[in-house]
Design a binder for this molecule. Structure first.
Ligand code: FE2
Length: 314
């Protein structure tokens, strides 16, 4: 069993780096931490960064998840290999680029690339958001797409300390590894990719302030403001450059009594199942994985990794 402690970052390729960084900084409101060897870092909380744009082809490169320590990382690599999932051991340079002490990466059976990291660098300095009125308090959750959400949830349940909090029938598995209703989610989709990156904000006022702000700046709103009945979070999804969907949310449910909680099922065709306020229930668009990679593998080996992991379906 691999124990996840936290989420670390999303790493994404950006063809127009100025546009992608500018949007995350000036519209989303994150703090730009500068760049190093073509990688541009954005901060939203105590982490050195939770979003990194890598100059190059558009598309998500990986999502980072935090493990406890070096032993946990070694054990995780052995476990993944034991179930037929190839593991890439990060090099010193790759770890430095991710601002972590060490990491391994793997593709889930549906082709989503994850980094398991230890020692993510913290930033102890006062967080000066570029746009303080955004109200961002924390990097909230990561959602990926998979062709079979039930098998994907089983993969995370069987191999990680991840439990399903709620189901949206045929559409999403919302999953937790701490009291937060969901920190990781899998959405139904034909191809692997990042559904969205979430930031928690401090008040309901921030949701509506942000709504007005992004409308004024002609940003495409994908969904919201609305309220999810599963997590009770008030949400706003909007689209950044090169297909990256961002979400602000406020008021996520905490599941304090593990034993008492039974995952519920919501029928997405029913009124209010996605948005209790009756807004659009169309799924946010996904950011597909790029076939290029910033690990020491080429596109061909990425394709092979994906093919090989078909055997590891659980
Ligand atoms: Fe979300």
């Amino acid at each position: 069993m691999i124990e996840l402690i936290d989420i670390a970052y999303v790493r994404s390729g950006a063809q127009d780096i100025d546009k992608c960084v500018g949007f995350a900084r000036d519209i989303v409101g994150m703090k730009y931490q500068g760049s190093d060897q073509g990688v541009h870092y954005l901060r939203a909380d105590h982490r050195h960064h939770c979003l990194a744009f890598v100059e190059g082809e558009s598309g998500v490169l990986s999502s980072g998840l935090v493990l406890r320590d070096a032993k946990a990382l070694t054990d995780a690599a052995a476990h993944l290999e034991s179930i037929g999932i190839p593991v890439h051991q990060g090099t010193v340079e790759e770890a430095r680029s991710r601002r972590v002490t060490d990491f391994i990466s793997f593709d889930d059976p549906w082709g989503n690339k994850f980094d398991l990291v230890i020692g993510q660098v913290q930033d102890p300095s006062f967080l000066e958001l570029t746009r303080p009125s955004s109200g961002i308090t924390e990097f909230g959750h990561i959602c990926v797409d998979a062709a079979d959400i039930y098998a994907a949830a089983k993969f995370w349940n069987d191999n990680f300390n991840v439990k399903v909090s709620d189901w949206v029938q045929g559409a999403a598995a919302l999953m937790r590894f701490n009291p937060i209703h969901h920190t990781l989610a899998v959405f139904q989709g034909d191809e692997p990719g990042l559904c969205h990156i979430n930031f928690q904000v401090d008040t309901i006022d921030a949701i509506f302030r942000n709504w007005n702000f992004i409308k004024e700046h002609n940003v495409e709103i994908e969904q919201g403001p609305g309220r999810h009945p599963q997590s009770t979070a008030i949400f706003l999804y909007f689209k950044g450059p090169e297909g990256l969907t961002y979400e602000y949310s406020y008021g996520v449910r905490l599941i304090e009594d593990e034993d008492a909680w039974v995952p519920r099922t919501f029928d997405p065709t029913m009124f209010g199942a996605i948005d209790m306020w009756g807004g659009s229930s169309q799924k946010p668009s996904i950011l597909k994985h790029t076939l290029t990679t910033d690990n020491d593998t080429d596109a061909e080996s990425v394709r092979n990794l994906t093919a090989n992991t078909d055997n590891a379906r659980v």
